[in-house]
Design a protein around this ligand. Sequence first.
Ligand code: G
Ligand code: G
Ligand code: MN
Ligand code: NA
Length: 254
Amino acid sequence: IQLVANLRRALTEHEFTVHYQPIVRLEDQTIVGAEALVRWITPEGEMIGPDRFIPVAEETGLIVPLGDFVLAAACTQMARWRKAGLPCAFVAVNISAGQLSATDICAKTEAALAASGVPADSIEFEITESMLFGADSGAESKLKRITELGVRIAIDDFGTGYSSLAYLKRFPISRLKIDKSFVDDLPMSVVDGELVRAMIDMGRALHIEVLAEGVEDAGQMAFLAANGCTYGQGFFWSRPLPPERFEALFSNAS
Ligand code: G
Ligand code: G
Ligand code: MN
Ligand code: NA
């Protein structure tokens, strides 16, 4: 269909760009990192969100070159920020299953790190539980090699996938990102509150950092902070922003 042709053109014509959403340490409300989120700016100037094209990119295999672009862009951005002394310690990049099954993800990751010169531990890969649950030995050994490079692994949308927690034993996971659906009804929902507390406690016991996604208001923020959640992300602090507006968040603070 036309969307596929448009996506191919968008790749060759450099119509994709990357926005950055701050990741905040709840204790002192400082920005410590960012999640890279791809955007498509059409020649007409319309901004199209990834919900509309990532599924098609995944079905057609275009997610591989698109993912390469996002990883390279995030590494390059991180290098600029480090050079400028911006205290943003890491950038998280979403990785689709199709990218992990492509044979050369490890080599591409090494190349992106080398080309940008950023330390591997300033890059985090966000993968979903289902990617670990469904991981064949190939995907598993690739993930292990990527963590051996020093790249950190975060579990995105945590709590919504197949919750076979066995993967927490097999893989070196650095961060759990509690899915927005558990955060939405805080602090009112008793059930969600208990689930969130259980996820926070599990993270603490396993020395895995815990982040709450989709934080939109002060009540949610206060609940999370009071219950020992370390990091947050959401519209309460900021939407995903183009790099120059993300940078401006640091000059406004402190
Ligand atoms: O940015 P937004 O909140 O609209 O993102 C919607 C969805 O698209 C999220 O599930 C997010 O993980 C996914 N997404 C955004 N950017 C990327 C990307 O670069 N690669 C992949 N695989 N998914 C992305
Ligand atoms: O699946 P993933 O967690 O990568 O999705 C990130 C998506 O969530 C992006 O599309 C981002 O724009 C969106 N997002 C981030 N924070 C919030 C929030 O506080 N509220 C809502 N509704 N969406 C958010
Ligand atoms: Mn994500
Ligand atoms: Na999520």
